[in-house]
Unconditional design. Structure first.
Lengths: 270, 270
């Protein structure tokens, strides 16, 4: 049978995955969640028609949203992940031997499906240092604090995550950070949506002294070029060396991922 | 009307472009050539079902196959492009003010279509320093010599370009280069075909003292991560600074494009 899932990257561009079967499907009060088994990319998690992660290339996204901010901090012990319900960011954070990791995911259904069907990614939930909170990250962050690193691993700035891309949220995030704290946030593809990352950069700069955009190759995301932001009141530099195995990140990539093509730089300056 | 061209990146992954119309179609003695007008990517050149170039993102490929080797050479004056029938590599080479540029394209039909319908890319043919030779690059290179830089801008190592990825061709190429000469070659996607670039690297290392793999983001190529090789008997370093406008390449990218993710590095070492 010829069974395909295609994500529309724009109304005129689509990436298709040949599917073996649907593993799970749930409609939560927030979103529509599918888990497929594909031929080439292992398991594929789709939310509202958008590829979230595949077991073949998730290592890139999860390493790159986690290791740059974690290696910027001299000694990260208390970590907050907003979103990240699949557990992949928490898995990477654990490699830094933190004291506690808080995952604040708004949608219980995402966690349920990932715990049941994506153990490769979600096994971090079995670690006693990982604390799961089913809650809106915006509310959690107003109540809790003293974090060394905050990682915003959310869906795109449309839908339930829209509030996580605004100045008032960044203000709350800064209050929840220790003085030398660092944050990272995924901010879309500079190729199709340069306005997204440049807006994130602008808003972060209102709140934090140092902001850096960095990019990574993610084959299953639109255009394959994905942007992240780091922000801190400390200069953004690599303060520790890699001391565990990785598949994408390394000490050179910390800096080379900040080396942006001119067409991307242009949007940073505008 | 819903009219799509899809490239099969693998039998199980495809990238689809919504098409406005077919601009041209020709079958040469070497290959099947289509030129489409798309909604999102401008004009799209397809050879044997494989995306060659689009007017929206061709700048990335052409800048990145040309500028790294050209800026490695202290004073590149006589340049050879093998393949590159669309004229895009020649256009970028001209920005370095060379004395002569030879484009050796095996398929006259490709040049014809590009000259007629892709002036944005092929206008370099109007420059008197650009000399077009309709010939097999393998034969041309045995006859001609004294090049400062040779750029192998061919299709993939299946089909008519297969010979351009072998040691004996690299030997001929070395003979056709001056002592301080530099070459570059496109060598596929490390994500889907790591064996291609690692094979290129191995073969080049039999012939040249210094070989470097570097990568660039190309949204319309499989996986979005594309590899190139540079080789020379001189150490590969940036010997000149960028002195004209670019959209992708810049002085930092010369080095950051050589900073490879661990899963790619692994294939360089094996």
């Amino acid at each position: 049978m010829d069974y395909w899932f295609s994500e529309m990257h724009t109304p005129n561009i689509k990436l298709g995955f040949r599917i073996k079967r649907e593993i799970a499907h749930a409609t939560s009060k927030f979103q529509d969640i599918h888990l497929f088994e594909t031929y080439d990319y292992g398991k594929l998690l789709v939310i509202d028609g958008t590829v979230q992660t595949t077991t073949r290339d998730e290592f890139i996204y999860h390493e790159m949203i986690v290791h740059p901010p974690m290696f910027t901090h001299p000694n990260p012990k208390k970590i907050l992940i907003i979103g990240g319900g699949d557990g992949g960011a928490a898995r990477e954070v654990l490699k830094h031997e933190p004291r506690e990791v808080h995952v604040v995911e708004i949608d219980e259904k995402v966690v349920e499906i990932c715990k049941k069907y994506l153990p490769e990614i979600s096994s971090s939930y079995n670690d006693p240092r990982v604390h799961l909170h089913i809650e809106n990250g915006k509310e959690f962050i107003r109540r809790e604090g003293n974090f060394d690193v905050i990682i915003v691993d959310s869906t795109d700035p449309v839908g339930p995550a829209a509030d996580l891309f605004r100045e008032d949220f960044y203000e709350d995030m800064k209050k929840a950070l220790k003085k030398d704290g660092v944050i990272s946030q995924q901010c879309g593809t500079p190729f199709y949506h340069p306005e997204e990352f440049s807006q994130v950069k602008k808003e972060l700069e209102k709140v934090f002294e140092y902001v850096k955009i960095y990019i990574a190759y993610i084959p299953t995301y639109p255009s394959g070029m994905w942007a992240f932001a780091m922000a801190s009141d400390m200069p953004i530099e690599r303060r520790r060396k890699l001391n565990f195995a990785t598949k994408y990140y390394n000490d050179e990539i910390y800096y080379s991922s900040m080396s942006l093509p001119n067409f991307v730089k242009k949007y940073c300056e505008d």
